[in-house]
Design a protein around this ligand. Structure first.
Ligand SMILES: O=C(O)CCC(=O)C(=O)O
Length: 473
C-alpha cells in the first residue's frame, strides 16, 4: 500500500521574507518550508559542483580527502539507523567512483545490482575547516543556541571518560552530507527534537513528512519502536495504526533550503548525486521540545532499570548517565546550558538598556526578542522545577564567576553579534570585558543559580529591574 500523500511543502523566495515573517509563519507555527534564492553566492555552489549540476568529486577529494568521516551503508540496518563505518573522504569518493563506473555511470541501478550504496553523513565540516567559507548561514537560522554553546562548551562531559577538547565527533551539529542517487535516510525525528535546515549544493532530495500530531501512528503498541522504512511492507500487527498516517511530500532541488520544524518525523531519498549542508539547532522557539524529549527519555531510562533500584547505590546517578548516553545530554547538562544562555541574554538586555537614551528601548525588535528568550527560558525552568528531579544538579553559577570565564565572554559576544545581525543587519561591535561588568550587571554579581527555582526567580528579578514586569509592592 502506498503512502497517503495529502500535500506538499510550500516554497518561498527567501529574499522576499523578513525575519519577523519567518518567525510568525514557520517558527511559531512549527511548519516546514522550502526557501529559494539564498545560495547564489555560496563558495560550495561554485567550487563543489560542475556547471551541469554534477558534484565535482575530484575537487572535494583533492581538497578535503584526508578528513575522517562516517559513511552509512544504505542497504544495512543497525537498530534504528543504517550501519556506519569510518573512512577518509578520498576513500569514500573512490568507492563512489567504483560504483558509478560498474553501473556505466548510472548509480541508480547499483542497489539492484547488489552494490552497497554508501552515504557520507554528519561530516563536521565547519569544525574541521573553520577558515573555508563554503556557505553563509541564512539569516533565519542565525539564532542557533545549540551550536553557539557547543563552540565553547561540551554538552556532556563524562567524568569517567576524559573527553579531549579537540574531540570533533560531538562538537557541533553543522554537517555536510554526500551521497549518490539512491542513497537515503530512514524514518526518524531529529536529535533533541531540534529544528534542522538542509541546503542542496547539488542534486535533488525527496522528503516525506509526518506531522507531530500523527507520530504515534508510526509506532508500535508500546510506543517504543517506530517504522524504519516507510516504503517497506509495514507489518500491521506490529504497527496497527500506520495505515492511518497522512503525509506531506517535497522535492527539494539544487540551491534550495528546507526548514524541518521540531518533532516532524521524516524519511529522505537522494534522487540524484547530492551534496547538502545540514544543521540541527534550537532556540527559544523550540526549547520546550528539547525539555519534553529529555523528560520523556529520562522516564524511559528510569523505567528500564527500575528493577535494580533497591540494589543500586546511586540509582538517580545511573539514570542520568544512561540518559546522557541515549539522548546526548542529561538534566545537569541541559540546566547548565539553560543558565549560561539565560545569563548571556540578560547581559545583552542590560547592555541594550544602558546604551539607549530612549525610554522606549524595550519596544525594539531586538529587545523584544531578548525578552521573549528570557520568558521562554523561565517557562522551561518552571517545568523543570515542577518535576522535583531538577534539584541538586550540582551546579552553582553566578555572574561574578561566569564573567571571569573567557569562554562565556566569547559566547556573550557571539550572541550580541547574532542579534545585531538579525535585527540591525550587521554584527554589533565587539564588547570589551569591562563593559560587560559595567552594564548594570554589578548589582547581580552575587546572585547564585543552583536550581530551576533560582533561575525562575532570577529572570523575574531581571524583568522587574528593567521595568518589563509590574513592580512588586
Ligand atoms: O539528507 C538526508 O539524507 C537526511 C537529512 C535529515 O534527516 C535532516 O537533516 O534532518
Amino acid at each position: 500500500m502506498g503512502l497517503n500523500i495529502v500535500g506538499t511543502v510550500e516554497k518561498v523566495n527567501g529574499n522576499e521574507l523578513s525575519y519577523t515573517s519567518f518567525v510568525e509563519n514557520y517558527f511559531s507555527k512549527n511548519k516546514p518550508v522550502v526557501l529559494t534564492g539564498l545560495m547564489d553566492d555560496w563558495g560550495a555552489c561554485r567550487n563543489w559542483v560542475f556547471d551541469d549540476g554534477r558534484p565535482n568529486l575530484q575537487f572535494i577529494s583533492s581538497t578535503f580527502g584526508n578528513s575522517k568521516v562516517q559513511v552509512a551503508d544504505c542497504g544495512s540496518r543497525e537498530f534504528t539507523d543504517q550501519n556506519r563505518s569510518d573512512m577518509s573522504v578520498s576513500e569514500f569518493i573512490a568507492k563512489w567512483h567504483d560504483v558509478s563506473s560498474t553501473e556505466n555511470g548510472n548509480p541508480s541501478t547499483s542497489k539492484l545490482n547488489g552494490n552497497t550504496l554508501l552515504y557520507l553523513k554528519d561530516w563536521h565540516f565547519v569544525k574541521e575547516y573553520p577558515e573555508y567559507k563554503a556557505y553563509t548561514t541564512p539569516l533565519f537560522f542565525h539564532d542557533d543556541w545549540l551550536n553557539l554553546y557547543l563552540d565553547h562548551y561540551h554538552m556532556h562531559e563524562d567524568p569517567d571518560t576524559s573527553q579531549k577538547n579537540d574531540d570533533i565527533s560531538c562538537s557541533d551539529y553543522r554537517f555536510v552530507y554526500m551521497g549518490a542517487n539512491g542513497t537515503w535516510t530512514p524514518f526518524h525525528a531529529d536529535v533533541f527534537r531540534s529544528y534542522s535546515w538542509s541546503a542542496n549544493v547539488c542534486g535533488k532530495k525527496k522528503w516525506y513528512f509526518l506531522s507531530p500530531s500523527q507520530h504515534h501512528l508510526a509506532f508500535d503498541r508500546n510506543m517504543k519502536n517506530s517504522v524504519y522504512d516507510i516504503f517497506e511492507e509495514v507489518n500491521e500487527s506490529i504497527f496497527p495504526n500506520f495505515k492511518k498516517t497522512t503525509w506531506l511530500e517535497c522535492t527539494q532541488d539544487q540551491n534550495e533550503i528546507i526548514f524541518v520544524p521540531s518533532g516532524w518525523y521524516h524519511q529522505v531519498h537522494n534522487l540524484e548525486d547530492t551534496i547538502s549542508i545540514n544543521y540541527n539547532w534550537f532556540n527559544a522557539y523550540n526549547l520546550s521540545w528539547v525539555w519534553d524529549l529529555l523528560l520523556r527519555d529520562y522516564k524511559e531510562a528510569r523505567e528500564y532499570i527500575e528493577d535494580i533500584k533497591d540494589i543500586c547505590d546511586d540509582f538517580e546517578g545511573l539514570c542520568q548517565r544512561n540518559l546522557a548516553t541515549n539522548t546526548g545530554m542529561n538534566f545537569h547538562d541541559f540546566f547548565k546550558f539553560m543558565v549560561s544562555i539565560s545569563f548571556a541574554n540578560i547581559i545583552h538586555l542590560y547592555h541594550l538598556a544602558k546604551n539607549s537614551d530612549d525610554l522606549k528601548w524595550c519596544s525594539s525588535d531586538k529587545a523584544k526578542h531578548l525578552i521573549f528568550n528570557l520568558e521562554c527560558a523561565k517557562d522551561i525552568a518552571i517545568k523543570m522545577r515542577s518535576t522535583c528531579l531538577c534539584k541538586n544538579q550540582n551546579i552553582s553559577l553566578d555572574f561574578r564567576s561566569v564573567l571571569k570565564d573567557p569562554k562565556f565572554l566569547e559566547l556573550c559576544c557571539q550572541l550580541e553579534r547574532t542579534y545585531g545581525f538579525i535585527h540591525d543587519g550587521c554584527g554589533s561591535k565587539d564588547i570589551l570585558m569591562e563593559e560587560f561588568v559595567d552594564v548594570g550587571v554589578c548589582k547581580l554579581l552575587d546572585i547564585v543559580v543552583c536550581d530551576a527555582e533560582d533561575l525562575v526567580v532570577l529572570i523575574d528579578h531581571i524583568l522587574q529591574d528593567l521595568r518589563l514586569l509590574p513592580q512588586k509592592m
